[in-house]
Design a protein around this ligand. Structure first.
Ligand SMILES: *Cc1c(COP(=O)(O)O)cnc(C)c1O
Length: 384
């Protein structure tokens, strides 16, 4: 990390960490090092440790240093997708016979990776309501090595008290991993609250422009970081140089984007709550949300994700998704443009029939940073 950044604030770190002007040309933005291999000055004479781009690439290094700084961690690792990052973490810390606890509203892809892939290698798992410490305690076994937390969760915006579950994990001899994708490091810093590892889909708010797929791990545990880095190289699902550059470019505006996402979402929530065709709104910023106090304690603001249930059941919810014009019907989230989707049939189709199934009348919004009055007008016309 750049030493002159120590003590500086998030917005400054986001723009500068890992990104000194290029020593040769003075370019203020790190170049895209679109290269696979590096000239050695005699056998083993590496320049700056670079040997082969799966092992390390300067553009990826810049992003990884930046991510570590943003999360207040010792080491960041960038991957080809959020799921590639998760796979690397799971296969690094778990062995056959081990057990992990997963949340009852985990991202569908996370659930699929654990239940359909990792389980085949002799790892078992239990589902818990991570918002309720008693439920987590009940799910623990002597062989539990990992507790997985997503807060706010996807798509029900459930809130987990990170510090509380971190204590529980420590007592149980398990590691706590927090998927920080929905909050981003600007709104929430799980490592400072006791988490061992932070996971990101950088595809979402960190990239922020719906133009790249990527993932990341950040940890302050130096020994674990070494193991993760070994597996990152051994398994090979690294972020390519252009993808790393795009995520870095997105991160420079993360703070201003998250402020606007949060402000717009608060207005959307207000409008939805007042609408007669909306039966329930899920947003941690609402005082009536069961996790509101915890969210207020561990988050700077409440973010841009909003879910709601539509009066009239599943077909009415699908209809609303089909009728918006400005909110684009699509999966993913966290970009500058507003998106709408039906989790039951789209992002969470893979958890259908499991303990993680979501209500059929649920609609999820990724509230973008457009003019909020245009967003409200679109939702009003779509709800009819
Ligand atoms: C999208 C997402 C992932 C998976 O990331 P990919 O980049 O799509 O592989 C994991 N967790 C959450 C919360 C997500 O939204």
């Amino acid at each position: 990390m750049n030493d002159h950044l120590s003590g500086q604030r998030f917005e400054t770190v986001a723009i500068h960490a890992g990104q000194e002007p290029d020593p040769v040309t003075g370019a203020v933005v790190p170049p895209i090092h679109q290269v696979s291999t590096y000239k050695q000055d005699g056998v083993g004479g590496l320049r700056g440790g670079y040997e082969y781009s799966r092992s390390a690439n300067p553009t990826r290094t810049a992003l990884e240093e930046n991510l570590a700084a943003l999360e207040g961690g010792g080491r960041g690792l960038a991957f080809a997708s959020g799921l590639a990052a998760e796979d690397c973490l799971l296969r690094t810390v778990l062995s056959p016979g081990d057990h992990l606890v997963i949340p009852n509203d985990a991202y569908g892809g996370t659930f699929r990776l654990i239940a359909k892939v990792v389980e085949r290698w002799g790892v078992s798992w239990s589902v818990a309501d991570t918002g309720d410490p008693a439920s987590v305690r009940e799910a623990l076994r002597p062989e539990t090595r990992l507790i997985w937390v997503e807060t706010p969760s996807n798509p029900l915006l459930g809130i987990t008290d990170i510090a509380l579950i971190a204590d529980l994990a420590r007592t149980a001899g398990a590691r706590l991993v927090v998927d920080n994708t929905f909050a981003s490091p600007y709104l929430q810093q799980p490592l400072a609250l006791g988490a061992d590892v932070v996971v990101h889909s950088t595809t979402k708010y960190l990239g922020g422009h719906s133009d790249v797929v990527g993932g990341a791990l950040v940890t302050s545990d130096a020994a674990l970081a070494e193991e993760l880095a070994f597996h990152q190289n051994a398994m090979g699902a690294v972020a390519g140089p252009f993808d790393a550059w795009l995520v870095m470019r997105g991160i420079k505006t993360l703070a201003v984007r998250m402020d606007r996402h949060s402000a717009n979402a608060a207005r959307v929530v207000e409008a939805l709550q007042a609408h007669r065709r909306v039966s329930r709104v899920y947003y941690p910023g609402l005082p009536s949300h069961p996790g509101h106090e915890t969210a207020a304690k561990q988050m700077r603001d409440f973010g841009g994700m909003v879910s709601f249930q539509v009066v009239g059941g599943e077909s009415a919810a699908v209809e609303v998704c089909n009728r918006t014009r400005l909110f684009t019907l699509g999966e993913s989230l966290g970009g500058v443009e507003s998106l709408i989707e039906h989790p039951g049939r789209m992002t969470h189709a893979s958890v259908s029939g499991s303990a993680l199934e979501v209500p059929g009348d649920l609609v999820r919004l990724s509230v973008g940073i457009e003019a909020v009055d245009d967003l409200l007008a679109d939702l009003t016309q779509a709800l009819g």
